[in-house]
Design a binder for this molecule. Structure first.
Ligand code: PLP
Length: 398
């Protein structure tokens, strides 16, 4: 027999927490672990723009035949417009090619496998800390992982000098994983001049940026959030982008994202992209259609696009309000520690600075679930659950 020797895998640090949350029978429990947007009533609704697009698709779709390996063509075009803007020279000069892929995770995995199989780039630098699944994805694709410092626990801010110092140790051809916006888990992003410096460092040291872009529109705005990516694309000859529409279209279970390859010429990108397609063919052959049809239908229709933009704005603004309310409510509960940095962070997450022991206490004594690193999903907070959360945090800090 071969299965008895297989070891039990450790629970996933984020999804394992959701399993524990579901099994918890306490009535006032709150899950601030996984990055899923909740509205004021605590549910994760289907966007109106998505429902309308689905009605259109249902009425017009006339075949379930296979898609090509790279997915829905119209979708791949609109992905590039969202990433770079339609007028960007990477798009105009046809230096980018995009393949639809299953979510941000699938896109990262395709990118990593393509790189390992076809290039000399076998090492990837990721921020410390980073999204827990990065290690898993890149190890599964046999990339070696190095870390660059990013976060300063004393200031609850970024440590840009340390980031530069660590990346200056990277060798030509090494990959650098960059969070396009709404850094997960810290919620701390680079500003324009810092992006410029990172772009120049990559150019000078011949490092290849791989953008993980899972939160476009959750930070400042759809265009503003692409600033870093566009600065880097303006500067370096080659990069990759793995983007996801799980969060900004609320299409979590449709598994919709894309991998985009940018090379120095149209000819080079076409040649390299043929190997991206080969990687996909040997993995899941070709992607499912529904999520891509939803996104491309919305972005091709001016009214639906405007509706989607307003729905995304509403989600972004609700999270920002929860950040302010969280800081105020902690104060009102008598917490003297300064948590004001939380209202300056971007996106769904905040790095609270709570210790592993405090996180355990929150779960065991108060049924408030957050990730062991102290990362809190602000997107899961509502006016209703805020008092429960803040009272519990005040108690564990007391
Ligand atoms: N990248 C980051 C930084 C994320 O936080 C997530 C999801 O939480 C993803 C990628 C993956 O997104 P998807 O669910 O589309 O695979």
């Amino acid at each position: 027999m071969i299965f008895p020797q297989v070891e039990l895998a450790p629970a996933d640090p984020i999804l394992g927490l959701t399993d524990a949350f579901k099994a918890d029978t306490r009535t006032e429990k709150v899950n601030l672990g996984v990055g899923i947007y909740k509205d004021e009533s605590g549910s994760t609704p289907i966007l109106k723009s998505v429902k309308l697009a689905e009605e259109k698709i249902l009425a017009t779709e006339n075949s379930k035949s296979y898609l090509g390996i790279e997915g829905v063509q119209a979708y791949n075009r609109v992905v590039q417009e969202l990433l770079f803007g339609a007028e960007h020279r990477v798009v105009k000069n046809k230096r980018a090619l995009t393949a639809q892929a299953p979510g941000g995770t699938g896109s990262l995995r395709v990118a990593a496998e393509f790189l390992v199989r076809n290039t000399e780039s076998k090492t990837i630098w990721v921020s410390n800390p980073t999204w827990a699944n990065h290690q898993n994805i890149f190890k599964s694709a046999s990339l070696a992982i190095e870390q660059y410092r990013y976060y300063n626990a004393q200031t609850h801010g970024k440590d840009f000098d340390a980031m530069l110092a660590d990346l200056s140790q990277a060798k030509a051809g090494d990959l650098v994983l960059l969070h396009g916006c709404c850094h997960n888990p810290t919620g701390i992003d680079l500003n324009e001049s810092e992006w410029q410096r990172i772009a120049e460092l990559c150019l000078k040291q011949e490092l290849v940026p791989l953008f993980d872009f899972a939160y476009q529109g959750f930070g400042v705005g759809i265009t503003e959030d692409a600033q870093g990516l566009r600065i880097v694309a303006d500067t370096v000859p080659e990069l990759l982008i793995a983007n996801s529409f799980s969060k900004n279209f609320g299409l979590y279970n449709e598994r919709i994202g894309a991998v985009t390859l940018v090379a120095d010429t149209e000819t080079t990108v076409a040649k390299a992209f043929s190997q991206v397609k080969s990687t996909i063919r040997g993995n899941y052959s070709n992607p499912p259609a529904h999520g891509a049809l939803i996104v491309s239908t919305i972005l091709a229709d001016a009214e639906l696009k405007t509706l989607w933009e307003s729905e995304l704005k509403e989600m972004r603004e609700r999270i920002a309000k929860m950040r302010t309310l969280f800081v105020e409510s902690l104060k009102a509960e008598g917490v003297t520690q300064d948590f004001s940095f939380i209202s300056r962070q971007n996106g769904m997450f905040s790095f609270s600075g709570l210790t592993k022991e405090q996180v355990t206490q929150l779960k065991e004594e108060h049924a408030v679930y957050i990730v062991g690193s102290g990362r809190i999903s602000v997107a899961g907070m509502t006016r209703d659950n805020m008092p429960v959360i803040c009272k519990a945090i005040a108690k564990v800090l007391a």
